[in-house]
Design a protein around this ligand. Structure first.
Ligand code: EPU
Length: 439
């Protein structure tokens, strides 16, 4: 349990390293190489541990440099002895991450078969994998659902194909990239996601020898090759973590220098931050985010796929919006169920109402269904400490920030989830002057 004493502005410096939503995928890409790969900027987060464990089970040798810890965050991944893992071993990892689904293409190429345990990840909606399975079938894989997971096989070499995604899914786009590069012939993907993390994965694959063309209209074309080498790559910085700290500075009336944050990947967030009244300065080493010292401005916001406002930026900013003057409207169009975290904020004194309708202007695919996916936030609200359990990664970060912005004490259970995606979370909080103790 974490006991948080709020009311202190967070100020100081934090450093972000490689993106949680790129690093595990680049690690999986190493499976495709005929030699070792080197990945730099790897953060010490739980998701990296999970993928390390899964890759080890499949015979990939992973070494950290220097030995033991990850001060420089460098991994060497050697796929020379890739083998099929025992189902019971893989099963032990079931429920801990969504990354295993991305092992499918590379394992089918290397071994002709794969087993994927039931998937975990954050509880922020149904999070189905139908796009992934449809894509794999289109490449010629056989997909059989069994009790504890999914068994796949490729009776012959996978073949390039034409796929159109019904929604620009990040994971399904990565699935196509990781599967198409070694498939026979050309793959054309329409409706692709184009997030910076996907562009970085394309950069990794290009270093390995892949031929991938990205058009302007969400079309990606992959010309299959017979062999890929290892890569040497530094992961792009984590723009979600950077924005989380930025919103934390705004919510607690503080000032946080985020070293490693990269402006190009955060243009949309920075516009929104500025419209709220937040101040930022881009420097050579990162971005410094500060509360203006005057009232924050309410706004209308819709989450969207890139280049829109990221869904993962939504929750921390909502905490800051509880402190803005007037009514803010937030329309979540990526996940159908990403406002559950507002219950705890309401208990802390925030005024937030969640609606089924599409508020904010653009009708989305959740509109005519029964999902509470729009929120109206009235501010400024006086937040007071309360007790709560962390619901998911981004919601949990947001709760802790709200507790730090609130007057009085909060008791937080389940804080471990935050380590899935935020490196050295407690140390960073302490460095920013947060008052808390582990009880
Ligand atoms: N979807 C389907 N079927 C599928 C796949 C996705 O209907 O087979 C739907 C999802 O339910 C969702 C939408 O498509 O409504 C978008 O999902 P997407 O596939 O883009 O998400 P993802 O790849 O599972 C990644 C990140 C998420 C991030 C989203 C959107 C990783 C490991 N996760 O998830 O990150 O929110 O893209 O940018 O890369 C987080 O970091 O906390 C997190 C949840």
């Amino acid at each position: 349990m974490l006991k948080v004493d709020g009311g202190v502005p967070l100020s100081g410096t934090v450093r972000v390293r490689g993106a949680k939503n790129l690093v595990p995928k680049a690690m999986v890409a190493a499976l495709l190489g005929s030699g070792p790969s080197v990945l730099r900027g790897v953060p010490a987060i739980r998701d990296v541990e999970v993928v390390t464990g899964l890759l080890n089970l499949h015979g990939v040798q992973i070494t950290q440099q220097p030995d033991g810890d990850l001060p420089d965050g460098q991994l060497t991944l050697d796929p020379a002895k890739v083998e099929l893992a025992r189902v019971s071993d893989i099963d032990a990892h079931a429920g801990s991450s969504r990354i295993p689904i991305l092992f499918c293409g590379p394992l089918l190429h290397r071994l002709g078969e794969a087993f994927i345990p039931d998937l975990g990840g954050c509880r922020i909606g149904d999070r189905p994998i139908n796009f992934h399975l449809d894509v794999l079938r289109a490449f010629g894989a056989q997909v059989d659902k069994t009790a504890g997971g999914i068994r796949l096989s490729a009776p012959q070499r996978l073949r390039g194909t034409k796929v159109e995604l019904p929604y620009p899914s990040v994971g399904a786009t990565e699935q196509v990239l990781l599967t198409a590069t070694l498939s026979e012939g050309v793959t054309e993907l329409k409706g692709a996601a184009t997030e910076p993390e996907i562009m970085d994965l394309i950069a990794v694959l290009q270093k390995m020898g892949a031929i991938i063309t990205v058009d302007t209209d969400r079309v990606i074309r992959i010309e299959g090759v017979d062999r890929l080498d290892g890569y040497v790559h530094r992961a792009l910085p984590d723009r979600i973590e950077a924005a989380s700290w930025a919103s934390a500075a705004l919510a607690t009336k503080g000032s946080i220098m985020v070293e490693g944050a990269r402006q190009q990947d955060m243009i949309t967030y920075l516009n929104t931050f500025r419209k709220c009244g937040g101040r930022f300065e881009v420097t050579e080493t990162g971005i410094e985010f500060s509360h203006p010292g005057t009232a924050l401005t309410s706004l209308v916001l819709e989450t969207d796929v890139h280049p829109g406002y990221m869904t993962d930026w939504q929750q921390p900013l909502v905490v800051a919006l509880t402190q803005a003057e007037g009514l803010s409207i937030v329309h979540e169009t990526v996940y159908e169920n990403r406002f559950g975290f507002t219950d705890a904020l309401i208990r802390m004194g925030a005024t937030i109402q969640v609606y089924r309708e599409c508020l904010g202007g653009t009708p989305c695919r959740f509109g005519r269904r029964n999902f509470r996916h729009s929120a109206v936030v009235a501010g400024p609200a006086k937040l007071r400490g309360t007790d709560f359990t962390v619901p998911d990664l981004r919601g949990g970060f947001s709760h802790v920030i709200a507790a730090l912005a609130a007057e009085g004490t909060s008791r937080v259970e389940g804080i471990g989830i935050i380590n899935r995606g935020y490196e050295n979370f407690m140390d960073k909080l302490a460095g920013l002057g947060a008052r808390f103790e582990i009880a």
